[in-house]
Design a protein around this ligand. Structure first.
Ligand code: B12
Length: 204
């Protein structure tokens, strides 16, 4: 069984084919962990890189992300019995007043792909909800997304309310490194691939 075809399938975003390809790989004796790490995550890494370089655009990236998600859903039950240590726990949401979630969803998928346990709080998440989730779930990091200049203000208020109880990382098209410093967030990443590196560095 050629694992490369699964890798290519993620890159081309052919969701309909992924299940069949993974089933054949499993029948041929490939390990679920191997498939996740060496085809799904690798493929999505490549997609992220291509997006950074301007060779792929949002609709294609979403197709790839969905293909990866379908693959992960198929394999997850098979590895849950195994000891798969979580790299860290992250709660993430789009701040109050903001309904944009395409970018956040990409970040969630990349983080999950990299082995993080992710609590996705969705969109339009009130400040209090972030504070509550820290008490309930004790995440290592809180991730905040904002796509509107108006909700960047809410992002600042959210970071302030969190008040250093948990590390914070922020992102979204109008957000910058400078803005992150200004509001006292622990980190900023411009895209989903960098977000994974950032999360890892915040935890270590
Ligand atoms: C798609 C879209 C919508 C969709 C959203 C669908 C959805 N489910 O998300 C819909 C149609 C609903 C929408 C609505 C609106 N939108 Co709109 N929208 C966009 C658009 C075209 C693309 C956004 C997007 O998905 N980009 C693709 C993703 C992959 O990129 P991204 O979000 O930046 O995410 C990446 C990084 O930023 C980073 N990242 C993102 N989040 C996080 C979080 C963390 C923790 C980290 C580390 C990294 C990170 O990683 C991601 C992946 O690489 C943008 C234009 C643009 N170019 O940004 C306008 C845009 C953001 N929208 C805009 C506006 C004005 C609106 C509306 C107010 C329009 C209206 N009059 O109703 C409403 C607001 C609704 C609301 N309350 O939120 C403006 C904002 C202007 C401003 N200065 O504030 C923009 C810039 C368009 C424009 N040029 O005018 N929108």
């Amino acid at each position: 069984m050629d694992l490369n075809s699964i890798y290519q399938c993620v890159i081309t975003g052919e969701r309909d084919r992924i299940e069949g390809l993974i089933q054949s790989a499993l029948s041929a004796g490939c390990k679920p962990d191997d498939i996740i790490n060496n085809t799904l995550i690798k493929g999505m890494d490549e997609v992220g890189q291509k997006m950074k370089d301007g060779d792929l655009f949002v609709p294609e990236v979403l197709m790839s992300a969905n293909t990866m998600k379908t693959g992960l859903e198929l394999l997850k039950p098979l590895i849950e019995g195994e000891e798969r240590e979580s790299v860290g726990k992250i709660a993430i949401g789009t701040v109050a007043g903001d309904l944009h979630d395409i970018g956040k969803n990409l970040v969630v998928m990349m983080l999950e792909g990299a082995g993080f346990e992710v609590i996705d709080l969705g969109v339009d998440v009130e400040v209090e909800r972030f504070v509550q989730v820290i008490e309930e779930e004790k995440p290592d990091i809180i991730g905040l997304s904002a796509l509107l200049t108006t909700t960047m203000k809410t992002m600042g208020e959210t970071v302030q309310a969190i008040g250093g109880k948990t590390k914070t990382m922020i992102g979204g098209a109008p957000v910058t490194e400078e803005f992150a410093k200004e509001i006292g967030a622990n980190g900023y990443a411009p895209d989903a691939v960098t977000a994974v590196d950032l999360a890892k560095s915040l935890i270590s």
